[in-house]
Design a protein around this ligand. Structure first.
Ligand code: NAD
Length: 499
């Protein structure tokens, strides 16, 4: 039986943790070609965790070269699916065997509560690997319907060298949603983690090697700012770019692809998700509790955060009071305390951005119902209260722009049609929630919502079996499920004439 580690025990483990900040190319850890590094700073206390390799064009050139070589050699590409499955299942096991170390690194680097890293992020990362591994030897190619003297084969082939650029909010999970299908389908991969949280991606590389992924097939290039990511996106020998991050950078990647080799570009981008609560919701207490977690989990740094809470006018005041009450369970605490539910914001820049939006809410006339302040300054870390604005109009800055912090906008509505119109009045279309006991209203509303995921009478459901991605400027393509394989394979039609 596993015992729950105390904050002191986690702090002791952190003090003895050896942290590697190097790049990983061709099966070896290495410094950046330039020798340059940048500091990885913990948002828990502002202290430097490690110096991290600052990769640039030279490192990207090297990594692409070895990735290409490994791909062309066939060492992984041509391995039987059962072989790739076995290696990826071992990779998943190793992730779980190192769950405390990975969870600690994730929390120290990114600020999320240790219990969430340990019980959420690390197992979900292993699950992405194992689910995908289990699937890869069960997908079949196709035969076209042909006359008797012909055979039309429709086969999927790995696309080649895949560049995967990921964000800082779920560093391990976002990486695994790309790595698992990319590797399972036989590609060679270069992973570019965010400069704000590169440490677990770097650690994963050694586990991948231990699991049996051949040298050159999985490379990790940390880099500061846009340097390494841009070089990867513009590279003429990268076949496919998969990205999770902001809509602004996603658009830039499409331009880079057009300016270079027309590499395939698959984008998971931002969100401003509506969570619609009708007066006939089956359980208003549960709806309020989930509205609170939908904005406070991961400090609101979630692409699908339920940032726009659309509440039917007749229950608005009662419901907002319940949400404010529910948020008492989500007050910031030390991320290494196992009881903490809301940890640190990833860095000072993101904290300032959140404070800027809170000020915008006040200045534009929204009513502050709770929160609104930075807290725990004495720690040297980055903490902010979960914040609720009531009586927000959908055109206000806080309702229109992605904040990526625990700031909730409550927007009243009076009819189903109005709720749908407000919900869809956004450049984004990632996710939405609908709360009603009326099955017709639930289905009609879900159908009318322009979003890649819709949750009825709960928020943020789903697992590896369901595709995840966005409509509109929330992106294209899908992560998770068998649909994810589409991004990492080219379809080939081979037509055979029989004599
Ligand atoms: P970001 O767009 O700033 O950065 C994402 C990644 O792109 C990082 O690795 C960064 O270093 C890299 N990058 C930055 N500039 C680049 C350039 N010019 N060329 C190539 N790469 C570049 O996003 P972020 O701040 O790390 O993450 C937050 C964003 O991610 C939010 O918008 C959030 O909604 C989104 N997100 C989306 C999903 C989803 O599945 N749709 C999931 C998680 C996060």
């Amino acid at each position: 039986m596993s015992t729950i580690k105390t904050r002191d025990a986690w702090e002791a483990m952190a003090a003895s943790l050896s942290i590697n900040g190097q790049a990983f190319i061709n099966g070896q850890y290495c410094d950046a070609v330039s020798g340059e590094t940048f500091a990885s700073i913990s948002p828990l206390d502002g202290k430097v965790l490690a110096q991290v390799a600052s990769c640039d064009q030279a490192d990207v050139d090297l990594a692409v070269q070895v990735a290409r070589k490994s791909f062309e050699s066939g060492v992984w590409r041509d391995a039987a699916p059962t072989r790739r499955k076995k290696v990826l299942l071992r990779f998943a096991e190793l992730i779980l065997e190192h769950k405390e170390e990975l969870a600690l690194l994730e929390t120290l680097d990114m600020g999320k509560p240790i219990n969430h890293s340990l019980k959420g992020d690390v197992p979900a990362t292993a699950r992405a690997m194992s689910w995908t591994a289990e699937a890869i030897d069960k997908v079949y190619d196709e035969l076209a319907p042909t006359p008797a003297n012909q055979i039309g084969m429709v086969t999927r082939e790995p696309i080649g060298v895949v560049g995967a650029i990921v964000p800082w909010n779920f560093p391990l999970i976002m990486a695994s949603w790309k790595l698992a299908p990319a590797l399972a389908t036989g590609n060679s991969v270069i992973l570019k983690p965010s400069e704000k949280s590169p440490l677990t991606a770097i650690r994963l590389a050694a586990l991948a090697k231990e699991a049996g992924i051949p040298d050159g097939v999985f490379n990790v290039l940390p880099g500061y700012g846009h340097t390494a990511g841009k070089a990867l996106a513009l590279h003429m020998d990268v076949d496919c770019l998969v990205f999770t991050g902001s809509t602004g950078i996603a658009k830039q990647l499409m331009i880079y692809a057009g300016e270079s080799n027309m590499k395939r570009v698959w984008l998971e981008a931002g969100g401003k998700s509506p969570n619609i609560v009708f007066a006939d919701a089956p359980d208003l207490d549960r709806a309020a509790a989930e509205a609170a977690s939908a904005i406070a989990y991961n400090q609101g740094e979630v692409c699908t955060a339920g940032t726009r809470l659309l509440v039917e006018d007749s229950i608005k005041d009662v419901f907002v009071a319940k949400v404010v009450e529910a948020l008492k369970k989500w007050q910031p605490g030390h991320p290494l305390d196992p009881k903490t539910t809301c940890g640190a914001i990833v860095d000072k820049a993101q904290l300032e951005r959140i404070i800027h939006y809170i000020e915008a809410g006040k200045n534009e006339g929204a009513d502050l119902a709770t929160g609104g302040h930075q807290v725990m300054q004495e720690t040297g870390g980055c903490f902010v209260q979960p914040t609720v604005f009531n009586n927000v109009h959908n055109k206000m800055t806080i309702a229109a722009e992605e904040i990526f912090g625990p700031v909730l906008s409550v927007i009243p509505f009076t009819s189903v049609e109005e709720a749908i119109a407000i919900a869809n009045d956004s450049i984004y279309g990632l996710a939405a929630g609908v709360w009603t006991a009326d099955i017709n209203k639930a289905h009609k509303t879900a159908k009318a919502l322009r979003a890649g995921s819709v949750w009825i009478n709960h928020y943020d459901g789903g697992d590896m079996t369901a595709p995840f991605g966005g409509f509109k400027q929330s992106g294209n393509g899908r992560d998770k499920s068998l649909h994810a394989f589409d991004k990492y394979t080219e379809l080939k039609a081979t037509w055979i004439e029989l004599y």
